[in-house]
Ligand binder design. Structure first.
Ligand code: URA
Length: 238
């Protein structure tokens, strides 16, 4: 048995001080129960979660890059019995997706059992770039994209700096295709950003996360990341 903050810091997930802060804020669960007591001792066999991310203490780490097809949910289990991104990958490890893509969104999603990498890639401080291509209703103009790039207000909070460019305008069908690069991962962020400039997203695909792309990975297919790629991901933050 060891103090909870020591177990968390030993896995490299967070420093001891940061782990204590997370415990006091009620962000740590042991076997499904929130623990806020600082002297709490846990065992390495306990199921520990930090910020909802399972702490992986002993299992070998695995990393998958999936090209998510439409009609699949980005969770480990779906209460409605729909197919999940985890169902598409053959592994006996307890993996989960890093971040989220909507049911109807396609493209690049990473899955792992490495909580430390998940933490690193999803923390806004690390500014990991995600490239999306959106087909939207209506003809988008440059001034509208400028607004997206400077940040728009969603649920009372301004989005961070973004990059955007028009890839295609289809006047006949009254649609536009836009590339949008963001460093955050708020719920439905791309769709909500386009909503603020009055364009409905009709189709959305994530083309890349950091330096990783979908090259050679068809919809519904996946590949494992190389050790070199995993190391490089850790060095991506700005
Ligand atoms: N933004 C969205 O609106 N949906 C996604 O699936 C991903 C980003």
């Amino acid at each position: 048995m060891e103090r909870l903050q020591k177990i968390i810091s030993k896995t490299g997930f967070a420093s001891r001080r940061k782990a204590e802060e997370l415990i006091s804020k009620g962000k740590v669960k042991v076997n499904g129960e929130i623990i806020t007591e600082m002297g709490y001792k846990a065992s390495y066999d306990d199921f520990i979660e930090v910020n909802g991310i399972p702490l992986n203490k002993t299992e070998d780490k695995v990393y998958f890059l999936l090209n998510k097809p439409r009609g699949v949910v980005t969770t480990t289990k779906d209460e409605k019995g729909r197919k999940t991104v985890v169902d598409l990958i053959k592994t006996n490890k307890r993996i989960y997706p890093i971040g989220r893509l909507d049911y109807d969104t396609t493209g690049l999603i990473l899955l792992t059992n490495d909580g430390e990498l998940t933490n690193y890639l999803t923390h806004p401080r690390n500014k990991i770039e995600k490239v999306y291509v959106a087909k939207v209703e209506g003809i988008v103009i440059k001034e509208e994209l400028k607004k997206l790039c400077n940040g728009v207000i969603i649920d009372g909070k301004k989005t961070g700096k973004a990059k955007a460019k028009i890839l295609k305008i289809d006047k006949k069908n009254n649609t536009s295709v836009v590339e949008l690069i963001i460093c955050e991962g708020r719920n439905h962020q791309v769709k909500n950003m386009f909503k603020t400039i009055n364009h409905n997203v009709l189709k959305l695909k994530r083309e890349s996360v950091a330096f990783l792309t979908l090259d050679g990975v068809k919809p519904g297919e996946y590949r494992e990341l190389t050790i070199k790629e995993v190391k490089k991901l850790y060095g991506e933050g700005n």
